[in-house]
Ligand binder design. Structure first.
Ligand SMILES: [Zn+2]
Ligand SMILES: [Zn+2]
Length: 263
């Protein structure tokens, strides 16, 4: 029988198992966390979850688009706190960048599905098509090919973990991980001011935007998380100590400015 042995699902269902396996290899500590097998690459739950995320995306992006139109969100604390930046964000910019990032990613992935799975050629964006319709078309293509995406796409076997490279995060090319990343980014964005428990973070040192969040995807240093800029064009990553130094500098600059202003 030429069938290969089943492999563990590449999805987040096995995150705890992978950590435990890693620890076992490194330290010899045994564990009893069960593994979820892929059928063949991802398990049925991971396929279903990706389908659910895709189905949510058009509505989530509509909500983000409202922010872009209102232009309320983009008014950053950066300008009011005098962050050192030469790219002053304009109202609604954060929302606009996020939509461009996700809509572009959806379209590119949908084009891969059409080319490799349907053997059909079509431009990335049909001329004259409105953005909301374009997003729905891409999502529709992906939703109906979700099994292929997670089991047969050339990058379906790539790790879901983002890579930390110098000062940025490189997200996985695995379609399942990409869809999860877009869904998280859009959800975080639409809920941002409805979550008073979220810590207020300083504006990003590089892009000046109000985009910093505590990063849950990477390892902690001690108990402290990395801080990541959610601006898809920036993606700067701060170690906890780097972030603290950045805040210190900001406070110092703001104080100095204050003193100069009151002279
Ligand atoms: Zn799974
Ligand atoms: Zn940034």
């Amino acid at each position: 029988m030429p069938t290969s042995a089943p492999a563990p699902c590449h999805g987040p269902c096995n995150t705890a198992w992978r950590r435990a396996e890693h620890r076992r290899t490194a330290t010899g500590t045994d564990h009893d966390i069960p593994v979820t097998w892929g059928t063949p690459i991802h398990c049925a739950d991971c396929v279903d979850r990706t389908g659910d995320y895709l189905a949510d995306l058009p509505h989530l992006l509509d909500l983000v688009a409202l922010e872009a139109l209102d232009g309320q969100r983009g008014v950053p604390s950066a300008s009011t706190h005098g962050a050192p930046t030469d790219t002053t964000p304009w109202p609604g910019q954060a929302a606009r960048l996020l939509i461009d990032h996700i809509a572009g990613g959806l379209a590119e992935t949908a084009a891969t599905v059409r080319a490799l799975h349907h053997h059909r050629d079509q431009p990335l964006r049909r001329p004259g098509i409105r953005e909301a319709e374009w997003i729905r078309e891409s999502v529709n293509t992906l939703f109906h090919a979700v099994d292929w995406l997670l089991q047969e796409h050339p990058l379906a076997t790539e790790s879901h973990e983002p890579l930390r490279r110098a000062h940025s995060v490189v997200h996985s090319g695995n379609p399942a991980a990409q869809v999860a990343h877009w869904h998280t980014a859009a959800t975080r964005f639409t809920r941002r001011d409805r979550a008073p428990e979220t810590k207020r973070l300083a504006p990003c040192a590089r892009c000046g935007g109000p985009w910093l969040t505590e990063c849950r995807d990477l390892h902690l240093i001690g108990d402290e998380p990395y801080i990541e800029c959610q601006n898809p064009e920036c993606q700067t990553l701060y170690r906890p100590d780097e972030y603290r130094r950045h805040v210190k500098d900001l406070v110092a600059t703001t104080r100095l400015k204050h003193r100069e202003d009151s002279r």
